[in-house]
Design a binder for this molecule. Structure first.
Ligand code: SF4
Ligand code: SF4
Length: 382
């Protein structure tokens, strides 16, 4: 833990967790990450939730299950620790539910323990759950939603039923948030017509809930996949009442429904990239496997609003550009189309509209001027 974070933890130690306001909570979450936050407030969180139990219903639409895998790979706390600490009842998660089916040994099963359709219906009736959606929702063909049918029900219908009684909805991953990979431009995109829960790419009026005429608060946690901290801490903040839904949402979400604490509108991945020094000196890799800036290999981090460079991935060990992979701006609502062509330099865009070679020359020039000033000062003994 860095000295700055240690100081923050020390300051926050004197703050009563239950009285901690939303701003302080968001600051702590942003600076400390899930592991340090859970560690510091474990006892308080358990006390706060002693008598509460929050149900999570986690549905899967059209997706690769990568976001579930990402959350399951959360190192510290891992998913089991996080669910225990947050007193969460993971009431339904298709991939994790054991032995759910409609038939068992050729017999129709009619209990919620064995039949996921009955279990879901019971949960819908009970209400008071947070609905997590992973994966997009096909509206095609022709608005029928029949490109994804599970148990003779379209996922479009399932989402509608689940959304109606949810207290809040968290759309996890690029697909659930904006359509993601499934909605990428292609010859069949119009027919399949994949939507996010509340958005269709950048369109805040094009989500599946709008098509279904359902008005529910939705928090988007994009990413391909989403970072486990982003998911666990957002769900935690809602459960703990640190983000009050829907009242606090206008203050904590950006115009694309993303928590600004993880997806800051005025900050890009590029700003904290471990290779940033090379960029500033105008030194670029032209082949994979090097150590310099990846801009010429198609890095889109200057357009990606996320804290990957600070938070890092795999329990704080590394992140895309550090590991040698150009950022593909997977957190942006237009992804993947706005990041295309992947791994190819966007010569037309440059940084802030300027050509990258000009930016690099200016950066090198500025560095040379700064070095010159420094040398003159040294000679003068300043
Ligand atoms: S590798 Fe990407 S994020 Fe890192 S400095 Fe270069 S352009 Fe910026
Ligand atoms: S560094 Fe870029 S591609 Fe990697 S997770 Fe962050 S936003 Fe997505």
């Amino acid at each position: 833990m860095s000295t700055g974070i240690k100081n923050l933890v020390r300051t926050l130690d004197s703050v009563d967790f239950l009285k901690m306001d939303r701003r302080t909570f968001m600051k702590a979450v942003s600076a400390m990450g899930a592991a340090a936050f859970m560690g510091t407030y474990k006892a308080d969180i358990v006390q706060a939730l002693e008598f509460a139990e929050t149900k999570l219903v986690w549905l899967h639409g059209s997706e690769c299950t990568g976001c579930s895998e990402s959350v399951l790979n959360a190192g510290n706390p891992d998913i089991v620790q996080a669910l225990q600490k947050l007193n969460v009842n993971l009431a339904f998660h298709e991939t994790l539910c054991a032995q759910q089916g409609i038939w068992n040994d050729g017999e129709l099963v009619n209990t919620a323990e064995l039949n996921s359709e009955i279990l879901l219906e019971e949960l819908y009736k009970e209400g008071k759950y947070i609905l997590v959606v992973e994966g997009s929702i096909p509206n095609g063909p022709d608005g029928s939603g029949r490109y994804l049918v599970i148990g003779n029900k379209t996922f479009k219908e399932t989402l509608g039923e689940a959304a109606k009684n949810a207290v809040a909805i968290v759309a996890v991953g690029a697909c659930a948030a904006y359509g993601g990979i499934t909605s990428a431009d292609s010859e069949v995109a119009k027919d399949t017509d994949y939507r996010g829960v509340a958005f269709a790419k950048e369109d805040a009026n094009g989500g599946m809930l709008q098509i279904l005429g359902i008005d529910k608060p939705v928090i988007n946690i994009p990413g391909c996949p989403a970072h486990p901290d982003w998911v666990l801490l957002t769900v935690g903040a809602v459960i703990l009442g640190k983000i009050k839904v829907p009242d606090d949402l206008p203050a904590v979400l950006d115009k694309y429904g993303r928590p600004m604490v993880f997806f800051p509108p005025d900050h890009t991945v590029h700003e904290n990239c471990p290779r940033r020094g090379y960029y500033d000196r105008g030194e670029f890799d032209e082949q994979v496997g090097g150590e310099k800036c990846l801009w010429k290999l198609g890095c889109k981090a200057p357009y990606a609003h996320a804290d990957c460079g600070i938070r890092k991935w795999n329990s704080g060990i590394s992140m895309c550009t550090q590991a040698g992979g150009p950022c593909i701006a997977c957190v942006e609502p237009g992804f993947p189309d706005t990041s295309r062509p992947l791994y190819v330099e966007r010569e037309d865009l440059g940084l802030a509209g300027a050509n990258i070679d000009t930016v690099a020359k200016v950066a090198v020039g500025a560095a040379a001027v700064a070095a010159g000033v420094h040398a003159v000062r040294r000679m003068k003994g300043e």
